[in-house]
Design a protein around this ligand. Structure first.
Ligand code: ADE
Length: 770
């Protein structure tokens, strides 16, 4: 009966055989993790439970220690202590330590018996000897911030008394979440206070409703009181982690709520109802973002000033062109004796020296020295804006630090046109200089025509996000594909129209063995369809969980390298991906890795501003709404590396806001588990630099800086690129219709919302075929 009677190492207390009674089974039914198992597996698991007793004062588990046991309290009460402080109490029906059934991880709290406590214990050994790890289904972590809901209504600011201004100021300063996402200095507090308007809220009104998609406002309570409730407020059998995250209670005058909506668009997490007739001050996300962006304007203004100090630009460019260029230029810093580029290299970047000094070397001889001054920003590499000739000289830094702004040929020409034409025209000329057209889906090579009517469905591969993915066969050829369907009703309701169109366009531009190909798109009355390349090996996230591959270095290197090559392809086309996570990596039947889901991907020249992605993978500049570049992808690569090697992302927390607070503290505040010491730690820290311009791949050398990392020392990059490297794990795929590596859970399906055509024509260019 799969029973493990022995006291395993680390477990203390008196142990006896459990009565496999109804009660144990009922306990197990409530455990969040175990809900991911087929229910008929629970009786066998219940049989493997052993009863362990603890005396008052005895620790059942200890914070920081690794364990492989899961406990449920049958009788008695216990305290949850974090860093020696009691944070919660547990009673019969509560449980803790379910993650220990999957992997070794330090316990995040101490649980101490405060009476005689009887627990039921299940060990990882028992769990895995029943083969349950393989049968667990893991929900995918959802992305946030993708949609643009209908523009929120903004009301004119209300008149405010001195007391009102004071109340707003104190409320903003007291809201720790808000201070996590923004540096609220006096100017910003004043700006927020200035735009807020007053609204009455009648007793009993739910001002925020859980799961509501209309989530655009932040509120400060002027008078009255509000209560917070959550539908999934399961008291009995609640895990420590979810209890900590629930934070239910009330908000009184001077309190505030709804701050997550200021960061990005996401359904509300709780319901907030007025207890009495109340009044609130309100502001909308757009207003908050505009206030934060003022700091960015200062940076662009500074860049504009630098552009103006460059002779060639000040003679050739009109003011509007200078502004555009200033917004698209990136910073790169160098230290003494570093070369900015070397004679003979081919380069695509043009540099402005805005701080420091350099020498120009030709054939090893110094031919000039250049220094940035408040009047003059020397430039070099201008030939790169004309053609791809080898660099004519070496530029070497002579000051202790040099700061440059750079732009590449493609960006320059898409934004402004050819430099030589602009020079010919001059800043006062009126000839029109043609801009080059950014590559689009229309230029992409197509893979042949596949008709929707020729597709036969074989089964469900996955659910989630915005719809279902089915295994389909083109009956004419026998070729197999994945068909992703999006409910048009849901797309419109959640404001995803533009991002769905962009998803299609971006994915059509891609043609890489490391990225899932898009073959066709179709448009039906209720759905939009993507016909995608099939990867029958399953999702990397599910595979890692089921096979417990966390920490396997050979696997991590292979998948991280595949992602680097996918990013190389995307960034070469100026596409930023923005949603890397193991859920978005698929395995082919040979075990090769492919990036999928372009829902948040976008072509950018310069910076973009919408905060979006998956909270565990958010880069600090996304949280600070400063504008972001392709550098966010390199941050996420660091997070992926950490997660694959340790089993959890570095900033993991119970709530998104807690994640953001940790992200803002930076990667150096993260304790790296033993497995992540040495070269892999260096790689993760090189990628997860809080300063986007300092991340590996954003610095001189680009992606090569990652490929040459010590962690990849014996890695055959050319074999990887040429697809000749032997994959470290080959999934079992018995036929081209074998769906065993997928477990679609229909409960993860988004609601099917009937589609009412808004008659804006948003979807008219969606289909590539009928
Ligand atoms: N290709 C794209 N999405 C897929 C999925 N979910 N499963 C299998 N192959 C896919």
């Amino acid at each position: 009966m799969g029973c493990n009677q022995s006291t395993s190492a680390g477990s203390v207390g008196r142990e006896s055989k459990a009565n496999v009674d109804e009660q144990t089974y009922m306990f197990l039914c409530k455990v969040k993790l175990l809900k991911r198992l087929p229910q008929d597996e629970l009786p066998a698991l219940a049989k493997s439970a052993t009863e362990v007793e603890f005396k008052p004062g005895q620790s059942i588990i200890k914070q920081g220690e690794e364990g492989n046991e899961f406990f449920m309290i049958k009788k008695g009460t216990a305290d949850v202590e974090i860093n020696g402080k009691k944070v919660a109490g547990l009673k019969a029906g509560d449980y803790f330590g379910e993650n220990a059934l999957l992997r070794n991880e330090p316990r995040n709290a101490t649980i101490k018996a405060n009476s005689q406590v009887v627990t039921l214990k299940i060990t990882r050994q028992a769990f895995s000897s029943l083969g349950l790890q393989d049968k667990l289904e893991f929900p995918k972590r959802g992305a946030v911030g993708g949609g643009v809901a209908v523009q929120a209504e903004i009301k004119p600011p209300s008149e405010k008394s001195t007391e009102d201004v004071q109340l707003i100021k104190q409320a903003l300063q007291a809201n720790t979440n808000l201070n996590t996402i923004a540096n609220l200095d006096e100017a910003r507090i004043k700006a927020m206070s200035d735009v807020m308007w007053k609204e009455p809220v009648a007793k009993g009104t739910a001002i925020i409703k859980q799961n509501d998609l209309q989530a655009d406002y932040f509120y400060i309570v002027k008078s009255g009181s509000f209560s917070i409730s959550k539908a999934e407020d399961v008291k009995e059998g609640q895990s420590v982690e979810s209890a900590a995250a629930a934070q239910l209670g009330s908000v009184e005058a001077g309190g505030s709520f709804g701050e997550l909506a200021l960061l990005y668009f996401a359904p509300r997490a709780a319901t907030i109802t007025a207890n009495v007739d109340s009044e609130v001050f309100v502001t909308a996300r757009q207003q908050f973002k505009e206030i934060l962006l003022r700091a960015n304007e200062a940076e662009t203004k500074q860049n504009l000033d630098y552009v103006g100090r460059c002779e060639v630009f000040s003679a050739a460019l009109k003011d509007s062109e200078k502004k555009e260029l200033a917004a698209a230029m990136h910073e790169m810093t160098f230290s003494k004796d570093e070369t900015i580029f070397e004679q003979g290299e081919t380069g695509t970047q043009f540099f402005l020296l805005v701080e420091g000094s350099v020498v120009v070397l030709k054939d090893g001889k110094e031919v000039a020295s250049l220094r940035a001054t408040p009047e003059k920003a020397p430039y070099f590499g201008e030939k790169a804006l004309e053609n791809k000739e080898p660099r004519a000289a070496t530029i070497k830094v002579t000051s202790s630090r040099a700061r440059t702004l750079w732009v590449d040929k493609e960006t320059f020409e898409v934004l402004l046109g050819s430099l030589s034409e602009l020079i010919k025209r001059g800043k006062d000329g009126d000839t029109v200089v043609a801009k080059s057209v950014a590559p689009t889906a229309a230029d992409a090579k197509r893979f042949g025509v596949i008709k929707f009517a020729d597709l036969k469905k074989h089964g469900l591969l996955g659910c989630g996000g915005f719809g279902a993915v089915e295994l389909v066969e083109e009956t004419k050829t026998g070729n197999m594909f994945a068909l992703k369907a999006l409910s048009k009703g849901y797309v419109v309701k959640s404001g995803m129209q533009a991002s769905v169109m962009s998803e299609k366009n971006v994915q059509l531009m891609c043609d890489s063995p490391f990225i899932v190909k898009l073959f066709e798109t179709y448009n039906s009355p209720e759905h939009l369809y993507f016909l995608l390349e099939l990867a029958l090996g399953g999702e990397l996230y599910a595979t890692y969980n089921k096979r417990n591959m966390w920490g396997n270095e050979a696997c991590a290197k292979f998948y991280v390298a595949g992602t680097v090559l996918a990013f190389e392809h995307l960034h070469g086309k100026k596409i930023v991906f923005r949603d890397l996570k193991p859920e978005n990596l698929l395995l082919t039947e040979e075990g090769r890795v492919k990036l999928t889901d372009m829902g948040l991907a976008k072509v950018i020249f310069g910076k973009t501003y919408t905060t979006c992605g998956t909270p565990d993978y958010f880069a600090p500049e996304l949280i600070a709404s400063k504008g972001h570049t392709h550098a966010v992808d390199w941050w996420t690569l660091g997070i992926l590396t950490f997660e694959l090697m340790s089993g959890h992302p570095p900033f993991e927390s119970a709530t998104p806001m807690q994640i953001y607070a940790k992200v803002q503290k930076g990667i150096n505040a993260v304790v790296f588990p033993k497995k992540l010491k040495g070269d892999v730690e260096t790689l993760v820290k090189g990628l997860c630099n809080s300063n986007p311009t300092e991340r590996l791949a954003m610095k001189k050398g680009g992606i090569q800086n990652i490929k040459t990392q010590k962690w990849f020392a014996s890695f055959g990059w050319s074999d990887m690129e040429g697809l000749s490297m032997k994959p470290p794990y080959v999934p079992t795929v018995k036929s081209k219709k074998d769906m065993k590596n997928f477990s679609a859970n229909k409960e993860d399906m988004p609601p099917q919302i009937p589609y009412k055509d808004p008659k804006t024509g948003w979807d008219k260019d969606f289909a590539t075929s009928a």
